[in-house]
Design a protein around this ligand. Structure first.
Ligand code: SF4
Length: 216
């Protein structure tokens, strides 16, 4: 803590991951790794449908070309309800109405295909992260985080670690070091006694069996 060293990488759960967080962390030299939410559009969940990956974005000329070769007519740079920069694109109704692929593209009965996506830097990072997190090597690496939620839940429920008992950073740091040491002893004892790690649900009968076996 005194050396103010920052981590090279942080493995976090989905609640802490957005493409903006990843890019901001990268500016500070930190790789933020965690599952980025998938594309929420129905087209991304239907393997026969056209999601954003089937379209070609021309960032310089500000238009999008669809899988049918048609070009968008409307490109608007605006902000989402969360004030994040977004781009809204719409295609032409005379192109989409007679299109043989319409059912794969839009569920609207009257409107042309429309889509919303992030500006180039965020969009490309998003696509890269989503492709990366589908690989076995990413899953294997992220598995390093397995069990840490159980450890933190145990610290919170058994050691009240969310509450600082003393004033001042140095004393609070000491409290955390002692808590971690005590928890290591508790977990080592549980491991030697064959008691499953916190977080894994077990029936009362299994817990009783574990206790009796440890006592023998
Ligand atoms: S519905 Fe419109 S955007 Fe979709 S493939 Fe057809 S012409 Fe292209």
């Amino acid at each position: 803590m005194a050396a103010r060293l920052k981590p090279d990488e942080e493995l976090v759960d989905a609640a802490y991951v957005s493409v903006d967080h990843v890019l901001t962390a990268a500016q500070h030299g930190i790789k933020l790794t965690g599952p980025l939410p998938p594309d929420s559009g129905w087209q991304a969940r239907d393997p026969d449908a056209f999601d954003i990956r089937n379209f070609t974005i021309d960032w310089d000329h500000r238009h999008v070309t669809c899988p049918d070769g048609k070009q968008s007519r409307y490109w608007r740079e605006t902000h989402s309800r969360d004030q994040l920069p977004i781009i809204q694109v719409t295609f032409r109704l005379p192109d989409c109405t007679p299109c043989p692929d319409r059912a794969r593209c839009t569920r609207s009965e009257r409107n042309a295909r429309a889509m919303t996506f992030r500006p180039r830097e965020q969009f490309e990072a998003q696509q890269h992260i989503r492709a990366d997190q589908a690989t076995d090597s990413w899953k294997e690496h992220y598995a390093l985080r397995a069990g840490v939620e159980g450890t933190m839940a145990q610290e919170s429920s058994h050691c009240d670690v969310h509450r600082a008992r003393y004033r001042g950073l140095a004393r609070t740091h000491l409290q955390h070091v002692l808590t971690a040491t005590a928890l290591n002893l508790v977990r080592t004892d549980a491991w030697l006694s064959g008691i499953p790690p916190a977080g894994a649900w077990t029936s009362r009968l299994t817990r009783l069996h574990g206790t009796l076996t440890a006592a023998m």
